[in-house]
Design a protein around this ligand. Structure first.
Ligand code: UDP
Length: 431
């Protein structure tokens, strides 16, 4: 690879959610963490990153230094507060205009390429990339057709306009980055992507933040429980992340209710923390999960906690006996990887990217489908064998260590270089 083809500066687009927002509620989740971590590692590897995101308040400065070599630029597009993600397509032209204003202030070639995240950014990206004659790299994070194929009961399907938008982006992008081989195959099958332009780059995990306690997994669990005020000997299945039907926290509660029916004495030593806030279609009934817990008669064991920062979250992972992620669809599932990196095994749905994140029977248990009885059985294994958390947790920490962000960033730089080569070869605007 020639030095010239390596990008020096990338314009990254994260239109609908800011890398400065707290993940775990609303529109902020794994993608925010992904963008921040990737940008930091790219910058450390010598590729400067400017992240363009929509301004959601008049008080925001136009530019924020996120990390050495990483800037966040706030773009005025649409009303500040109160715009749901569903309303944002109406403001994409305004966003593209704002991006163009920054771009025209720079000398030609200032940005070597555009990397857009999620379909709303991809829509801006494809227009801007054509206008400026730079390559477009796109990461979907989630796809409408994939989500719609495995919706939770009663959940709202993604609109047809999103499917059209995603199809246009796939046709326009010089390169697509998929989180897993499954996602790459979905891009080809559902969106007719050219397989040669799709590269699998597994996301990483911040191994400095998410790691077992220096004292080891078991002693670390005890210490984290003291810090969080949790009982030392409890079975603690943890849910962490955005509360919405897609993530199926209700399946965990139904499984817990079933487990308690079968083993009433477990109630004395069971705590089920739910760390996160309502999001997506979960916002239509923000108290829905609390009401479900009450209906099931398990409010006394479920502990709802608002989203926390990453280092505090690491303590919740360390304290848990097992993390439970029964999602209907998940392009990767960073939470599963983070918990494992902290030495905590995972019970996950055998769906989307989760079979890559979790090694079945080694670092956790994969459960086919969403029958609460199956999740209750998996939880029962941890109740029956208290040493299982430590045994699988140690294997989980080893498994997670292979998913560093430095590796992900290096692979992403290779994708950028390939996109630049393709673009130069084909001539700008030829796709
Ligand atoms: N998260 C957080 N605080 C919380 C709960 C979650 O910072 O209280 C972060 C978590 O560290 C993870 C992200 O939110 O990186 C969720 O990512 P995941 O891929 O699991 O789900 P997504 O939100 O992308 O659907």
């Amino acid at each position: 690879m020639s030095v010239r083809r390596r990008p020096r500066r990338v314009a990254m687009l994260s239109v609908h959610t800011s890398p400065l927002h707290q993940p775990g509620t609303g529109d902020a989740g794994g993608m925010n963490v992904y963008v921040v971590e990737l940008a930091r590692r790219l910058a450390a590897a010598g590729v400067e990153v400017e992240i363009f995101t929509r301004a959601t308040s008049a008080a925001l400065p136009p530019v924020v230094d996120l990390a050495p070599g990483v800037l966040v630029r706030h773009v005025e597009a649409g009303p500040y507060n109160g715009s749901a993600k569903e309303d944002l397509p109406a403001y994409l032209c305004a966003f593209t205009h704002g991006l163009t204003r920054t771009w025209t202030d720079r000398h030609p070639g200032y940005y070597d390429l555009l990397h857009s995240h999620y379909w709303l950014s991809g829509q801006v990206g494809r227009t801007a990339a054509e206008r400026w004659g730079v390559p477009l790299v796109h990461t979907m994070h989630t796809m409408a057709k994939v989500k719609n194929a495995s919706l939770a009961m009663g959940d709202r399907p993604e609109p047809a306009a999103r499917v059209t938008g995603e199809t246009q982006i796939v046709a326009a992008a010089d390169r697509l980055i998929a989180n897993t081989g499954t996602e790459a195959a979905e891009l080809v099958r559902h969106y007719d992507a050219d397989a040669e332009r799709v590269t699998v780059v597994h996301p990483g995990v911040n191994l400095d933040c998410f790691r077992p306690d220096d004292a080891g997994v078991e002693a670390g669990r005890a210490a984290a429980r003291v810090r969080l005020g949790l009982p030392a000997d409890a079975l603690i299945p943890l849910f962490a992340g955005r509360i919405q039907p897609l993530k199926a926290p209700d399946v965990l509660l139904l499984a817990v209710a079933r487990l308690l029916q079968e083993r009433p004495r477990l109630r004395e030593r069971l705590v089920v923390p739910v760390v996160g806030g309502p999001s997506g279609s979960g916002l239509t009934e923000p108290e829905g999960l609390q009401k479900l817990a009450a209906r099931l008669g398990i409010s006394d064991v479920v502990l709802f906690h608002p989203p926390v920062g990453q280092s505090r979250l690491a303590d919740w992972y360390r304290a848990a006996s097992v993390l439970v992620m029964p999602s209907y669809s998940e392009s990767f599932g960073l939470v599963a990887l983070e918990a494992q990196a902290c030495g905590t095994p995972v019970i996950a749905a055998d769906a989307g990217g989760l079979p890559v994140a979790v090694r079945n029977e080694v670092s956790g248990l994969l459960v086919p489908g969403h029958d609460p009885a199956d999740y209750a059985r998996a939880l029962g294994s941890f109740a029956d064998d208290p040493a299982l958390s430590t045994r699988m947790g140690e294997a989980a920490a080893r498994h997670a260590r292979s998913f560093g962000w430095d590796t992900a960033a290096a692979a992403t730089v290779d994708v950028y270089a390939a996109a630049i080569r393709t673009h130069e070869h084909e001539g700008c605007g030829s796709r």
